[in-house]
Design a protein around this ligand. Structure first.
Ligand SMILES: [Cu+2]
Length: 135
């Protein structure tokens, strides 16, 4: 604490800030076993490029439509999209990111990092829309 005592006023403010910071960190510590729902700094609510095999929820793409058009998943869940059409489609989130093309006959998957409602569409066929509700 000697370093902080260059001025009584500044020292008191620093001491107050340190005391508050320590108390806040302790109170805000997540309960044991709970799932973290806060995004890491700079992390998007959706991350593209997850393992299709690891997906817990599957959305089919057929006849220029997402089926089902709305799914509800838990925070941290992986959702896959399988394109059963012969034409390409995209899974593009309205807010971001754009998870790019799903070639005909292929699959992609994304991870949902935060609670909320993530609307998406196909960039090539704007009438194709869907929503992932994350709880
Ligand atoms: Cu499309």
């Amino acid at each position: 604490m000697r370093v902080l005592r260059f001025s009584i006023g500044v020292g008191a403010v620093l001491f107050f800030a340190l005391a508050c910071g320590g108390g806040g960190a302790a109170t805000n510590a997540p309960a044991t076993g709970s799932t973290a729902t806060q995004l890491v700094d700079g992390e998007l609510p959706v991350t593209c490029g997850a393992s299709v095999a690891a997906a817990q929820t599957e959305v089919a793409i057929a006849n220029n439509a997402f089926d089902p058009s709305s799914v509800t998943v838990a925070v941290g869940a992986i959702v896959s999209w399988t394109n059963n059409d012969s034409t390409d489609h995209t899974v593009t989130f309205d807010a971001s990111p754009d998870c790019d093309r799903v070639l005909g006959g292929e699959s992609i998957a994304s991870t949902f990092n935060a609670a909320g409602s993530d609307a998406y569409h196909c960039r090539i066929h704007p009438s194709m829309t869907g929503t992932v509700v994350v709880q």
